[in-house]
Ligand binder design. Structure first.
Ligand SMILES: [Zn+2]
Length: 47
């Protein structure tokens, strides 16, 4: 699964890969940057 997303540094709005059709933020018109979700979601085994 691709967990990467886009974020607008101006207003802090986040866009998922599906929502992000344009390079610009649809809220403030700022340039949206590509970001990747840090590998925090480690699966913990409980056995
Ligand atoms: Zn914005």
């Amino acid at each position: 699964m691709d967990l990467s997303y886009y974020v607008c540094p101006k207003c802090g709005k986040r866009f998922s890969d599906e929502e992000m059709e344009f390079v610009r933020c649809s809220y403030c018109g700022g340039k949206v940057l590509f970001k990747e979700t840090p590998p925090l979601a480690k699966k913990v085994r409980t056995d």
